[in-house]
Ligand binder design. Structure first.
Ligand code: ADP
Length: 200
């Protein structure tokens, strides 16, 4: 089937869309345990960027799993497929000229590597939200840790499934940083990258 598919070069391409938006497009990928603060920090960063007229879009574990990835489980194979699709979706949004903020547990290093390869290493900024399991469990935002400890949920990252910490993330924030401080650290890292400087 794939041998009969040829990609078409459209006139209005990524470069044109970036120029029209007045900024670069890439992926900021937030990884960390459930409840670590990925969505909270992504949301606060998006607010700041929105005020600067940056075109953003958030991809988040729950909205993706309720929609396009509905039906995928938390088995290692399905988690990898979940992440593979997230990489492909991010690539489309980057092509569309958007700054993508993706907040996913993404516990396996190889899955994050695939996302990086899919969007291109120059289009990938990794943010490790390094909140300890104890703090995530204390927050237990969605009540998932309690259920996992009771054995009601299997494959819970940090409890009954592994989390492979990023070794060399572009930005690392911890629960000792406030949301505002975390946003500032990420913003400092991306602000130059947002500018269009011969990026094609
Ligand atoms: P995740 O997206 O990683 O699953 P959420 O952002 O949904 O996590 O939940 C994190 C929770 O922790 C939120 O209720 C947030 O208000 C709280 N929180 C407390 N301190 C911080 C902090 N310093 N950074 C991020 N979130 C924090």
């Amino acid at each position: 089937m794939e041998k009969n598919i040829t990609s078409h070069s459209f006139v209005i391409n990524r470069k044109a869309r970036r120029m029209a938006n007045g900024h670069n497009s890439f992926l900021i990928f937030f990884t960390g345990l459930s409840g670590s603060g990925k969505s909270t920090i992504a949301n606060a960063l998006e607010e700041k960027l929105y005020r600067s007229n940056v075109k953003t879009y958030i991809l988040d574990g729950d909205n993706i799993r309720l929609g396009i990835n509905r039906g995928l489980t938390f088995s290692p194979e399905d988690r990898s497929e979940n992440n593979r699709r997230i990489g492909e979706i991010s690539k489309l949004f980057i092509d569309a000229g958007m700054l993508v903020l993706a907040a996913f547990v993404a516990p396996y290093k190889k899955d994050r590597e695939l996302i990086k390869t899919t969007v291109g290493k120059d289009n990938y900024i990794e943010v490790f939200v390094n909140t300890s399991i104890e703090e995530c469990e204390r927050r237990d935002v969605k009540g998932l840790y309690k259920k996992a400890r009771l054995g009601e949920i299997k494959n819970m990252t940090g409890v009954s499934a592994p989390y492979e910490s990023p070794i060399n993330p572009d930005v690392e924030v911890t629960h000792h940083d406030t949301v505002k401080e975390s946003v500032e650290m990420i913003y400092e890292k991306i602000k130059l990258k947002l500018e269009i400087i011969n990026n094609e």
